[in-house]
Write a protein that binds this ligand. Structure first.
Ligand code: KET
Length: 405
């Protein structure tokens, strides 16, 4: 039978998914997938936080709850508490009612709704992302009809920040352009500006009238502390200017599959905020009508109950600390093997990932010979390692570096 789709060509595969499928199809009992950004326990298993379990039990026992539609902008209490989490208890922007927050489908959905809104309402089409950045950023913004450009960010020589290049590129951007900034724990490089550098970035962004769009997918995962990881964003909000924030609870509450996050737009006045909100609702309705209820209920329960909130912060700190231990152990294991090169970036970099500096040939070698899967750009999820698997990875890196130089 004729197919309406016979002229379709296969789509190029997303690099993260390509690695995922290769790992899935590898029958080896020792295979280890370190490609995706999701946290694993010391036992190598996905982790459901105790605070989440408690919240879910409380919700299940509450017979007054129903499954009716949420409003287009989601659960009102969730929105309020999410904004507070990133902006702080004392945010004057919140007090002045010039902050709009709507519940979205995790970080990706928040970026997507923000992108659609900007494509319709921001005059300048150019949006700048860091080079490199999370692979989905260019797709999200170009699909919305924006023109994606890159600013220098990572310096492969120092395996650190190309700060001068970054400031130059932001300084040369067209006035009114949007600039995507990762709030902390930069993906894929693990390289964050210092607070002093953030202040200089802020000055360039504001003096060039660029509109900052923060991707806040890892609050708490960089330092282990929710407040510290919010500092860069708050610096921009406290100057009274505008910004957008895409927030995710996938990583910091381990709610990956619940698809729960929020888009916040900080405006200059209550009047602007009201108009912005009405336009955001117009973006949401034809896309998915209204967001799902369960994840929002879990987050709200935890954020408003001081006991559960405290449990959560302890567990979050525990996850961040375990990642730091894995970094240290991997660095030590490479030193013990005398692996050629300087591997100190593994402990300098921050967040879930390490940008190892391994090239694609070495990454493919490691997958074939050691059944360890990482991204072709050399990004490895440190959050997926455990004390047991560190030596397996160190052996693999050592072999790749000495034999595939
Ligand atoms: N922003 C960044 C920077 C990011 O790394 C991710 C996910 C997201 C947003 C979206 O997460 P969400 O679950 O929609 O809240 N990154 C991991 C997942 C993936 O790409 O498949 C990753 O880089 O592995």
């Amino acid at each position: 039978m004729d197919s309406s789709f016979s002229s379709i060509v296969p789509a190029p595969q997303d690099p993260i998914l390509t690695v995922y499928f290769a790992s899935r199809d590898d029958p080896s009992p020792v295979k280890l997938n370190l490609s995706g950004g999701s946290y694993r326990s010391e036992e190598g298993k996905p982790l459901v936080l105790q605070a989440v379990r408690r919240a879910e039990q409380q919700l299940a026992n509450d017979m007054s709850r129903d499954k009716d539609y949420l409003p287009l902008d989601g659960l009102a209490e969730f929105n309020k508490l999410s904004a507070k989490l990133i902006l702080g208890d004392e945010s004057s922007a919140v007090k002045e009612n010039r902050v709009v927050t709507i519940q979205c489908l995790s970080g990706t959905g928040s970026l997507r709704v923000g992108a659609e809104f900007l494509a319709k309402h921001n005059q300048e089409r150019v949006i700048l992302v860091s080079n490199p950045t999370w692979g989905n950023h260019p797709n999200i913004f170009s699909l919305a009809g924006m023109s994606v450009e890159y600013y220098r960010y990572y310096d492969p020589k120092t395996r650190g920040l190309d700060f001068k290049g970054m400031l130059e590129d932001l300084g040369a951007a067209p006035s009114g352009a949007i600039v995507v900034l990762q709030a902390c724990a930069h993906n894929p490089t693990g390289v964050d500006p210092t607070l002093k550098q953030w202040e200089q970035i802020r000055q360039v962004v504001r003096s060039k009238s660029l509109l900052p769009f923060f991707d806040n997918a890892y609050q708490g995962f960089a330092s282990g502390d929710l407040e510290s990881d919010a500092q860069a964003v708050r610096m921009f909000v406290n100057d009274g200017g505008e910004c957008l924030i895409a927030q995710s609870f996938a990583k910091n509450m381990g709610l990956y599959g619940e698809r729960i996050g929020a888009l916040t737009i900080v405006c200059t006045s209550e009047d602007v905020a009201r108009k912005v909100k009405s336009q955001l609702l117009l973006v949401v309705r034809p896309m998915y009508l209204s967001p799902p209820i369960h994840g929002a209920s879990i987050v709200t329960t935890i954020l408003k109950n001081s006991d559960m909130y405290n449990d959560w912060t302890v567990e979050l700190k525990g996850m961040a600390n375990r990642i730091l231990r894995m970094r240290k152990q991997l660095n030590e294991a490479l030193q013990a093997r005398g692996t050629p090169g300087d591997w100190s970036h593994i402990i300098r970099q921050i967040g879930m990932f390490s940008f190892t500096g391994l090239n694609e040939k070495q990454v493919r070698f490691i997958a074939k010979e050691y059944h360890i899967y990482m991204n072709y750009d050399g990004r490895v999820s440190i959050a997926g390692l455990s004390s047991k698997t560190v030596s397996q990875l160190a052996d693999a890196i050592h072999a790749a570096v000495t034999r595939m130089a």
